[in-house]
Design a binder for this molecule. Sequence first.
Ligand code: AMP
Ligand code: ZN
Length: 469
Amino acid sequence: MKIYNTLSKKKEEFIPIEEGKVRMYVCGPTVYNLIHIGNARPMIVFDTVRRYMEHKGYAVNYVSNFTDVDDKIIKKAVEEGVEASVISTRYIAECKKDMEALNVKPATMHPLATNEIGGMLDMIRTLMEKGYAYQAEDGTVYFRTRNFREYGKLSHKNLDDLQGGNRSLLVSGENQKEDALDFVLWKPKKEGEPYWESPWCEGRPGWHIECSVMSKRYLGDEIDIHAGGEDLVFPHHENEIAQSEAANGKTFAKYWMHNAFLNIDHKKMSKSAGNFFTVRDIAGKYDLQILRFFMLSAHYRSPLNFSSELMEAAGNGYGRILNSVDNLNFLLQNASGREMTEEEKNLAKELDGFTAKFDEAMDDDFNTADAIAAIFELVKFANTHAKESSSAPFLGALKGRIVELSDICGLKVEKKEELLDGDIEELIAQRQAARKAKDFARADEIREELLNKGILLEDTREGVKWKRV
Ligand code: AMP
Ligand code: ZN
């Protein structure tokens, strides 16, 4: 299995630190809003990497954090007049719902930054003892970047170029830094912000330290894969390497993987630019499995432009797999349970060829586009050879193989059971009753349950309307 490593800028053979095991850390979202479909790209991509590794027989320890202390969370909390934790708890729950709807498996562990402050203080203390950190007059603790000789090795940047470029970025208080390249490990509290006690000042951590600490705590000093979107290469991951390797004295991660952006009109989709769709927006228009299919139809290191035309095309592609499985299910209902004929046995032997093609694509730095092409070939093969006269074991083998390969991509390919109009009306009535009783959690749950089954509710002045999506 070959993985493109941002560190070496090459595809390298994957050799795990410990045989049969993969330790993997994926930087998770900052939780102050519903996630957008750009945030969903790393979730889908690295979930697929994990699923493929598991298919290959590895036990994968997959850790992905939630950043639950951050300026944007605090700003939102002030706007709503609530504690920051109210905001982060709400959006973690929403993010988990979106992940489930996208068929992204829960991580082995989803640590929260605010639960790991003790570990952060320990690591900062170690960095200070080793001369890699210092405290400025205003109490801020900085990482002494130039002391970490290999700084820049991930982003392939030269320290002196960075120094020149960074000077113009100086902001207030930063003039207390020894060097423009130094970055914050711990900063003093501001009025109204959450804060923690520390040996230096009451305050809160800088952003980068949390990942170094959570990765160490849940996966150890050395891990196999560290991943995230390409905007994290610099400075976030570069700073993580500096902190972890300076503190632990060991290589932090062997393979660094980064997905390219999901764009809109060929520009990065981002909250700050305002050009984004949330996963929820898309769920109102498409089956989220189509979004997953769309994401995987491109290589993860290629930029991907979001458009309704491409989503239509993805819907058609995904539909081909769905229809094939549907047809096999239909034939299976009346198929004979007899043994396979010789001809069927020979055809069934050909199925391994499709798995081999699929694996070959995935072994080449997770080329999901080619892997999906292998599924299409398999679908064509199934459509050609599945007949009314086919035996149940043969039809089952065809279906089983399509489902197995699709499942490695996290694609559900059995058609959803259709809800009858009466059932929908009944659920809508239950939702209205829950709302009346101010049980909004239950009301939301029903709305989502319906959405998952392809029914979109619209609250209008004339009452609740629904449509199939
Ligand atoms: P954030 O909440 O901004 O820290 O982002 C969480 C994850 O989503 C990070 O791995 C980002 O790199 C990734 N990400 C954010 N925007 C995009 C985008 N438009 N395309 C792909 N990945 C993105
Ligand atoms: Zn991180």
